[in-house]
Design a protein. Structure first.
Length: 112
C-alpha cells in the first residue's frame, strides 16, 4: 500500500528532525503553508513548492509523492548514534554538509 503525500511528508519531516517552522524557513515557504500541507485531506502543493520542501528535507519529490526512492526504513538497522549523526548533518546547510562528509570520509580512510 503506497502512502499519501501527507504521510510521506510527515515521515520525512520526522526523520529529518526539523520542526515545521525550521522546514518553512529552509524551504522558503510560509509556516502556514507547511501546516496546511500536513493537515488531513490537504492538497498536494504545486510543483515548485514540492521541490523546495523535498530539497529542504533531503528527499526527492518522487519520494514525497509516491513514497519510493527514499525510506526511513533504509536506515532502520543503523545504531541510534548513527541515525542521530545523520539527522544532525541534514540540519546543516548543503555546503557545510559537504565539508562534514568529506572530513568524515577522510578520517575513516586514515583510520583504515
Amino acid at each position: 500500500m503506497s502512502m499519501s503525500f501527507i504521510e510521506n511528508l510527515r515521515e520525512a519531516l520526522e526523520y529529518s528532525g526539523l520542526e515545521q517552522k525550521e522546514l518553512a524557513h529552509k524551504a522558503n515557504i510560509s509556516l502556514r503553508n507547511i501546516e496546511n500541507y500536513l493537515r488531513e485531506n490537504a492538497s498536494t502543493p504545486v510543483a515548485d513548492k514540492a521541490v523546495k520542501i523535498a530539497q529542504a528535507l533531503g528527499v526527492t519529490v518522487e519520494y514525497l509523492v509516491t513514497g519510493k526512492n527514499f525510506s526511513v526504513d533504509t536506515f532502520s538497522s543503523l545504531a541510534p548514534e548513527f541515525k542521530n549523526l545523520i539527522q544532525n548533518i541534514q540540519k546543516l546547510p548543503k555546503n557545510k554538509q559537504a565539508v562534514v562528509i568529506k572530513n568524515a570520509l577522510n578520517l575513516v580512510d586514515n583510520l583504515l
